[in-house]
Design a protein around this ligand. Structure first.
Ligand code: NAI
Length: 347
């Protein structure tokens, strides 16, 4: 990817590149929008084909965080960061502290959290450098999974007329923090769970535990099921994948699920109900907000289960207005952001 293709000054408020050769640090931080508050978004540690590819992914994920936080009605804007994994990290603690110093230097406009490749311990190290972080004490994944469960169930009800999950075949792609918790909850509700993971042993262990079946990661798109729940990598659904899918619902946690926005139209044309992931996977940010506000668990659970109600309304609105669920979700987020901007302008 060439630098020109990066479209510098594309739209976000801040794009910060961080580098420290002694610590082996190469990172990008994107603060996409701060209308609703400081930008909240995870720290992703991953190997990228190029530095430009890392920045592009960071931007896409930060923009999705703006939408997610607006729709979830939490007082945060959208942001994200990526740490480029070069293979051999000399001293992980030093790397995280150094990154934390960059975050602290932004003066609180970015609030980092856990994402793929990072843990609560990493966030605690980032905090040691003076950065205000989320997730330093508790992994939000189980709460994310509860919200995804509510979203998935609402989508099933939309297509079948019943939110009964007994016997519903759900293929969970990714048996990690969110996917495993989601699969367990689905199994508890009688769903027939299929699990795929690039870590075959992990998939097999979870499938055994739940009385389900493990399937090969490369078979995900061609396996017949009622629901595909992507809970692993980004951009699982591209135009070619839409043709291959043998499901009625796509609802999962994986951020940046669609390779391009027109995939939402292609899914709709095939009669597949797609739940935008930034609506379904908001459980983690809601839990972060709940911790800060000191909510008790029943209050948190109620807010997470309300994700299901939001999805039900969103799918119904989209159908009525002949737009995709993606377009309906964008419109909802934009309405909330516009209302907040108008409030600021009037103050
Ligand atoms: P994780 O790293 O714990 O689990 C990911 C799992 O996917 C791993 O078991 C990995 O082996 C597997 N995997 C990787 N590539 C795969 C592939 N091509 N096919 C099948 N399996 C593959 O990650 P986590 O925390 O469970 O997150 C999953 C997704 O949900 C990510 O996209 C993340 O951004 C998103 N998400 C997570 C939240 C959270 O609270 N953890 C919040 C919101 C979104």
């Amino acid at each position: 990817m060439r630098v020109e293709q990066l479209q510098l000054w594309a739209g976000e408020r801040q794009l910060v590149l961080c580098r420290d050769d002694a610590a082996g640090l190469r990172a990008a931080i994107v603060v996409d929008d701060t209308t609703l508050g400081p930008g909240l978004g995870g720290v992703r540690l991953k190997a990228y084909p190029s530095e430009a590819a890392a920045v592009v992914e960071c931007r896409r994920l930060a923009a999705a965080m703006t939408l997610k936080n607006a729709i979830a009605e939490v007082p945060f804007g959208g942001a994200k960061s990526v740490l480029l994994d070069s293979g051999a990290i000399p001293d992980r603690a030093a790397l995280m502290r150094r990154f934390g110093a960059f975050v602290a230097g932004l003066g609180g406009v970015y609030v980092p959290g856990v994402d793929m490749g990072t843990t609560v311990d990493d966030l605690a190290l980032i905090a040691e450098a003076g950065a205000a972080v989320s997730c330093a004490d508790e992994d939000p994944s189980p709460w994310t999974a509860l919200g995804v469960f509510a979203a998935l169930r609402a989508a099933v009800a939309h297509v079948t007329g019943s939110d009964e999950l007994d016997g519903v075949r759900v293929l969970v792609q990714g048996a990690g923090h969110v996917g495993a918790a989601l699969a367990r909850r689905l199994a508890e509700h009688g769903a027939c769970v299929l699990v795929a993971d690039v870590d075959a042993a992990r998939a097999a262990a979870l499938a055994d535990e739940l009385g389900g079946a493990a399937i090969a990661p490369e078979a995900v798109l061609d396996t017949a099921c009622d629901v595909l729940a992507p809970c692993a990598v980004a951009r699982v659904v591209d135009a070619a994948a839409v043709e291959r899918l043998r499901c009625r619902v796509v609802a999962g946690a994986a951020n940046d699920m669609l390779a391009e926005p027109r995939c939402a139209e292609l899914l709709a044309a095939r009669g597949i109900a797609y739940v935008p992931e930034f609506v379904a996977n908001a459980g983690g940010v809601i839990q972060i907000h709940a911790l800060r506000e000191g909510w008790d668990e029943p209050r948190l659970r109620a807010r997470l289960l309300a994700i299901g109600e939001r999805v039900r309304e969103l799918l119904a609105d989209a159908e009525r207005e002949h737009v995709t669920p993606l377009a309906a979700a964008h419109a909802l987020a934009e309405r909330r952001l516009a209302a907040a901007r108008a409030e600021v302008a009037a103050a």
